[in-house]
Design a protein around this ligand. Structure first.
Ligand SMILES: [Fe+2]
Ligand SMILES: [Fe+2]
Length: 274
């Protein structure tokens, strides 16, 4: 299996790829079948980067979304101009309205399209349970057990019965690849919490985690929490970490200092074979 970072906040020096605050990964199977995980924030960047990679959107066979936020779903309208009839794997809570509060103004930060518009173009495969998308490629299902801190942002809200309430991020899922070297976990934004996500994967799949890629939402993690993350990762057998998007620079440097070459960045264009 080949995994390529199609969208991230960062690009390498002198790269022709475009970056933006967002995330997308392309998973290519040996058979040539391709799955897109998230779509970044804009169709402009998604289509430009896919084009540079020599990928026609029409060749993508399935789509999975980590959660509803615009920086993971904003490329959907452009993508849906080019593909139709492919399955969409996501959590059923994907369609709930998501908002960000800045002072007293509320901005929608969820899906760029209504459910009906998506349903016209995609075949919904919505489930809160782990679901196999392609042979050896799974969604985690809902991360229900959250004993460790979540990857929260204080201004992420949803409308509850009694008014505004914190987003429970029930829709937040990662992907799991079963490879010869062990499990590879592809994170979107890890709002459910990196350690909760990894514990869930370990429990559900019962195999060691060989690598973790993507956004780990450790932006707000303080030193004590980062040291705890390091201790838990050691217990998990030190998976390789390819970190990007919402990981945060301080977390990246702290993990790199602790684990040396087992930690790497994962800007647009990074390709890994498993
Ligand atoms: Fe998010
Ligand atoms: Fe994100």
């Amino acid at each position: 299996m080949k995994v390529t970072c199609v969208i991230d906040n960062a690009v390498r020096d002198h790269s022709s790829f475009w970056g933006e605050h967002g995330l997308a990964f392309l998973i290519e199977m040996k058979s040539g079948v391709m799955l897109l995980f998230d779509t970044g924030q804009s169709g402009t960047v998604l289509l430009h980067n896919l084009d540079l990679m020599g990928i026609e959107p029409e060749a993508i066979s399935a789509l999975a979304l980590s959660h509803a936020h615009y920086d993971h779903t904003g490329g959907l309208p452009a993508l849906l101009d080019r593909v139709a009839g492919i399955p969409l794997y996501a959590h059923p809570d994907l369609f709930r309205g998501r908002f960000s509060r800045r002072e007293e103004s509320f901005k929608s930060v969820g899906l760029p399209l209504e459910r009906e518009a998506l349903e016209q173009r995609l075949v919904f495969q919505l489930s809160a349970e782990p679901t196999e998308i392609l042979p050896g490629v799974w969604t985690t299902g809902e991360i229900t057990d959250r004993a460790e801190p979540e990857g929260r942002s204080a201004h992420h809200l949803v409308r509850g019965v009694e008014g505004w309430e914190p987003d429970p991020y029930r829709d937040d899922m990662a992907l799991v690849l079963e490879t010869r070297r062990g499990l590879v976990v592809l994170c979107g934004c890890c709002h459910a919490g990196l350690l909760n996500t990894l514990a869930h994967v370990r429990r559900t799949f019962g195999v060691d985690i060989a690598a973790v890629l993507g956004g780990t939402h450790l932006l707000q993690a303080d030193e004590a929490h980062l040291q705890h993350v390091i201790a838990v990762l050691r217990e998990l057998g030190l998976p390789r970490l390819y970190l990007n998007h919402c990981t945060g620079q301080r977390a990246y440097l702290t993990l790199a200092q602790a684990f040396g070459e087992r930690v790497a960045s994962c800007p647009v264009g990074t390709t890994l074979e498993f």
